[in-house]
Design a protein around this ligand. Structure first.
Ligand code: DSN
Length: 415
């Protein structure tokens, strides 16, 4: 590379990534093949439109790449192309979610999403996001005692609020989500059900987490599923939107006809211009990798590692939100979490200080609110830990037990 300044910075970041223990739950390390596709000549091309329906010439090869990505996406999640459609053009998770609302919810309509401080995402209707400015959020949260989803409470909210769409799938919820119960809840008022599986898509692909698409007996679950590709799915920064094609039982529901056409239109020309075909090619590469037996093992190991880390921290006296994990992430209540026999200084340690101390020790985490947090999001009561990135680097349970011990030592060190 001729640009020495950027070259030096890329090199520095490469070294940083190698040196640290990365416990950011939403990050991962992609393969060389994914990087190669991202850095290819595909970035030079404009391809506004969709395969065989482009607004620019010279797109025969781009059509093949995009169609291949779509084919691989449907195959990976075992979806019948006559029943499901996938759009692989969203640049990332936030525009993907916005495209769904733009397509299916009238302006001012209701998006029922989990509150940010309980583990939801900004784009699930939070007021600072466009999703909360053009639509109205009907917030829900977890049960105060169990810190898990309360499906009966959800049903009550749905009956009284009648949301247009219900969003399940979160950024800081460590437990399995019962998509069958969500389907029942949505059916109570005729709402559409959207699952944002960004965090656990790789676990679904690897068969280690329940599918939001359909139940084991074939019962249909979500109407729309969005996902980023760069988290547990271990691909480039990108997103996809899956939707059911005119499911007979949905006909007649508000906004429920021709979901595929509406979503395609919302992505382009509704929100985006030319798709990033270098990114879409990298998505296709990652989807092929995720269909291998090695990836299946990876997904199972991610969860085993998270359980090992969670158990070790609990053993060392830390309070884990909801008492554990079924997924790739753990929420540690650092503020209220000290072991009485080796107490933290009065008041515990806030999430901001905890993440800073850990970073000094080479462990990268993010500060995070915990449900019913009384502290501010800039200095919340907890930290979020995730195992996808370090599992990609080959770490197993015994390594995560050691990481748990190091976290404990760092957070309890005085000064
Ligand atoms: N998806 C978020 C995360 O979990 O880190 C970022 O928006």
């Amino acid at each position: 590379m001729k640009d020495k300044q950027i070259k030096k910075l890329i090199e520095a970041e490469r070294k940083r990534q190698k040196k640290v223990i990365n416990l950011i739950a939403s990050e991962n390390y992609v393969s060389k093949d994914v990087l190669e596709a991202l850095g290819s000549e595909l970035t030079n091309k404009y391809a506004e439109g969709y395969p065989s329906r482009r607004y620019y010439g010279g797109n025969t090869i781009m059509d093949k790449i995009e169609s291949l990505a779509q084919e691989r996406a449907l195959k990976l999640f075992k979806l019948d192309p006559s029943e499901w459609h996938v759009n692989v053009q969203p640049l990332s998770g936030s525009p993907a979610n916005l495209a769904v609302y733009l397509a299916l919810v009238p302006q001012g309509g209701k998006v029922m999403g989990m509150s940010l401080d309980h583990g939801g995402h900004l784009t699930h209707g939070h007021r600072v996001s466009a999703s909360g400015k053009f639509w109205v959020q009907v917030p829900y949260g977890v049960n105060k005692e169990t810190e898990t989803l309360d499906y009966e409470a959800l049903k009550t909210t749905v009956i009284s609020e009648k949301p247009n769409i219900i969003v399940a799938g979160y950024t800081a919820y460590p437990r399995v989500i019962d998509f069958g119960k969500f389907r029942e809840v949505a059916d109570v008022s005729g709402a559409l059900l959207m699952v944002d599986m960004s965090h656990f898509a790789g676990l679904v692909a690897g068969g280690a987490y329940p599918s939001p698409f359909s139940a084991e007996g074939g019962q249909a679950l979500a109407d729309v599923v969005t996902t980023t590709v760069h988290k547990t799915l271990r691909g480039p920064r990108a997103a996809m939107i899956f939707c059911r094609k005119d499911p007979p039982e949905l006909i007649g529901r508000a906004g429920a006809r021709e979901l595929d056409k509406k979503i395609d239109k919302a992505v382009f020309p509704g929100l985006q211009g030319g798709p990033h075909l270098n990114q879409i090619a990298a998505v296709a590469v990652a989807l092929k990798e995720a269909a291998t037996p090695a990836f299946k093992k990876y997904a199972a190991q991610v969860i085993k590692n998270a359980k090992a880390l969670s158990d070790e921290l609990q053993k060392l006296g830390w309070r884990i939100v909801s008492g554990g994990t079924d997924s790739h992430l753990i929420l540690v209540d650092t503020w209220n979490g000290g072991n009485p026999s080796t107490p933290l200084r009065a008041g515990g340690i806030g999430g901001k200080e905890a993440s800073e101390k850990l970073e000094e020790a080479g462990i990268i985490v993010n500060k995070n609110t915990i449900p019913f947090d009384e502290r501010s999001p800039v200095d919340p009561s907890g930290i979020r830990l995730g195992t996808p990135a370090e599992t990609t680097r080959g770490k197993k349970e015994k390594d995560f037990i050691r990481i748990g011990q190091k976290i404990n030592m760092v957070l309890r060190a005085q000064g």
